[in-house]
Design a protein around this ligand. Structure first.
Ligand SMILES: N[C@@H](CCC(=O)N[C@@H](CS)C(=O)NCC(=O)O)C(=O)O
Length: 199
């Protein structure tokens, strides 16, 4: 059985959602950010990690890809061949290094960084995020999901970021992107994962 390890309310939500989509048996092991238990699995002390027997995987995007690869019958990963993997990798890197970066930056300056180094990054974060929403709209084009007509690990990552943006009151001025977030966030698997991962 998989163990999804992390702190409630953290990026472990993506791991729980992915596991719910796969219908794989798992246990949610709740540990604090930068706790000794978290450092034992992840050198950064950050949440989440996935334990699969002897294998420990850190970093939410890598965990989602690992799980997709382990369950090819669920078709949540890359299409076979280099081009399919490249398409998925491109999306995963866009999601984490571009779409998520302004969300995370704002949150860190609000809650996580030592008080004496915090600054108001709100306007810059909003500006950057709006630009990436435009990119997301163009990348999605007329597709139902990131990889076309099938829901994949990419949508887990993007959808989780959409929920995060909405909770943080970031403006999403794109009907297409809002419809996409509504579509993926209304999945019963997401709702179940949210209920389990919130606290
Ligand atoms: N690249 C990592 C980032 C993990 C991360 O930053 N997790 C946050 C919680 S969502 C954390 O543990 N923060 C603690 C800290 O920054 O001190 C991932 O995607 O899993």
């Amino acid at each position: 059985m998989y163990q999804a390890v992390g702190s409630p309310g953290s990026r472990v939500s993506r791991v729980l959602w992915m596991l719910e989509e796969l219908g794989a048996p798992y246990e949610f092991v709740k540990v604090g950010l930068r706790s000794p238990e978290m450092y034992a699995l992840n050198p950064s002390g950050k949440s989440p990690a996935l334990v699969d027997g002897d294998v420990v995987v850190t970093d939410s995007a890598a965990i989602c890809v690992y799980l997709a690869d382990k369950h090819p019958e669920k078709a949540m990963g890359a299409a076979p061949g280099c081009a399919g993997r490249a398409e998925m990798d491109g999306w995963m890197h866009f999601a984490q290094s571009e779409l998520e970066a302004p969300l995370w930056n704002k949150l860190r300056h609000r809650f996580l960084l030592p008080k004496d180094v915090r600054v108001d990054v709100g306007p810059a974060a909003a500006h950057d995020f709006a630009g990436e929403v435009g990119t997301l709209e163009r990348r999605l084009g007329d597709k139902e999901f990131a990889l076309g007509n099938r829901f994949s690990a990419v949508d887990v990552l993007l959808g989780d970021m959409g929920a995060w943006a909405r909770a943080g009151k970031f403006k999403i001025e794109s009907d297409k992107v809002n419809a996409y977030f509504d579509r993926v966030l209304s999945r019963p698997t997401r709702i179940r994962a949210e209920a389990k991962g919130a606290k």
